[in-house]
Design a protein around this ligand. Structure first.
Ligand code: NAD
Length: 398
């Protein structure tokens, strides 16, 4: 199985995790949309067979486990899945199931496309200029889960060790977390980002980092990113610095421009000069912040799809959480899961079916048919429920 699976199967088994909270609401709206798109695109010649696998609250109540081994096994076996949001119980000693899934299956890329659908309320003056794809590293950085609470023996021991080795004094009683960022971890992420840019004819890959402050982690990410581009894609890429030495050459034919930006400045750039950015490759924490901020520029989390991908498995998921206060009300926006499903169809090579969904979303929103989250920001919207939004898409499909 390759990372970029586009094998165009006629029949595919897709394991799905319904998710907690509003997960069942958005799943009920999403499934018929995906089935209708595949049916209309291929007139019955291609089919999805859904296979429910358990995780989260439903898994715990049925099996006593939050993330059963059978679920991991099924995801490995079928090498893909569509996943609703999972609640992380706070302060009960249970690690985020989402993080566990990413680590167990080594889903090292979190891919978040951010595009604008005309008519969606946005705080931007020109949201149509926002067309970016974030490649967020998913397994390293301060998210690796290596940390000790203040006053623990380990934190005290480390504090003493740091003082002895560096002469730097930490404030007594500090909690300590470790931030590992490696060359192989950076290389494999940046490799995928450049491959993506080449496959999709994207103009640039921007390495986003905070290397001015954290030189051996964030700064190294930047350096290793350039290094990878130079070593593996010397003929297909050119650095922004090299390009600037060639006056008049704005966009060299067929070459992807590799550039880098400091993370805090990048938050300004995507607001002020969004057209200058296309594919973004960044670390775990920067990517987490940046992809949510970008989602807000084009309509919020209700419309933000995502995928967590590794060499052997890809899990497509709604990027928002389980919004438990809306559970069962048939109210929230299923757009994120539907768009994640469309990404899954693209992953299979079923582009025609995915395009039917994109077109239907555009038509439905243009008619002002939206769920509460968008309706409350629009002057002439007609608010529909979660399931009605799904039905409206099917009615407007091709
Ligand atoms: P959340 O994303 O669930 O909700 C925050 C707010 O966003 C909601 O109050 C709601 O106003 C809005 N929202 C979320 N989904 C929406 C949708 N589909 N349509 C319209 N509006 C929507 O974030 P939270 O409240 O911080 O987290 C709730 C739970 O979800 C926590 O247990 C958290 O750990 C978990 N979580 C899971 C994932 C995941 O499964 N990938 C991601 C984030 C949070």
């Amino acid at each position: 199985m390759t990372f970029w699976r586009v094998d165009n199967p006629t029949h595919v088994v897709v394991p799905f995790i319904e998710g907690d909270g509003t997960g069942p609401d958005i799943w009920r709206a999403t499934r018929p949309v995906l089935e209708a798109a595949v049916q209309r695109a291929y007139s019955g010649l291609k089919q999805i067979e859904w296979l429910e696998v358990l995780a989260g609250g439903k898994a715990y109540s049925q099996t006593g486990q939050w993330l059963p081994e059978q679920t991991i096994h099924a995801l490995r076996h079928y090498s893909l899945a569509l996943k609703g949001p999972l609640t992380t119980p706070v302060g009960k000693g249970i690690r985020s199931l989402n993080v566990q899934l990413r680590q167990v299956l080594d889903l090292y890329v979190c891919l978040r496309p951010v595009r604008y659908f005309d008519g969606v309320p946005s705080p931007m003056r020109h949201p149509e200029l926002v067309d970016m794809v974030v490649f967020r590293e998913n397994t390293e950085d301060v998210y690796s889960g290596i940390e000790w609470p203040a006053e623990s023996a380990e934190a005290r021991e480390l504090t003493e060790w740091i003082e002895k080795k560096t002469g730097k004094k930490l404030t007594p009683g500090s909690g300590i977390g470790i931030k590992p960022i490696s060359r192989p971890g950076t290389h494999r992420l940046v490799r995928r980002a450049i491959e993506y840019a080449l496959r999709r004819n994207k103009p640039s890959v921007t390495l986003v980092h905070k290397g001015n402050i954290m030189k051996f982690t964030e700064g190294a990410f930047r350096n290793w990113g350039y290094e990878l581009a130079q070593e593996e894609f010397p003929d297909e890429t050119i650095t922004e610095a090299e390009l600037q030495k060639q006056p008049g050459e704005e966009s060299p034919l067929g070459k992807v421009i590799i550039k880098d930006r400091i993370a805090d400045m990048m938050f300004q750039q995507v607001l002020l000069r969004p057209a200058e950015y296309s594919v973004i490759a960044t670390g775990n924490l920067n990517g987490d912040y940046l992809s949510d901020a970008l989602a807000a520029q084009v309509g919020g989390l209700g419309m933000a799809p995502g995928a967590n991908m590794g060499d052997d498995c890809a899990v497509f998921e709604a990027t928002h959480g389980s919004a438990p206060q809306y559970a069962g009300l048939d109210m929230v926006n299923p757009g994120s899961l539907i768009l994640s499903g469309a990404l899954l169809l693209e992953h299979l090579g079923w582009q025609e079916a995915a395009d039917l969904i994109y077109g239907a979303i555009q038509r439905t929103i243009s008619e002002g048919l939206v769920t509460y989250d968008l309706a409350r920001q629009m002057a002439d919207a007609h608010e529909v429920s979660c399931s009605q939004f799904g039905r409206s898409l099917i009615e407007r499909m091709g």
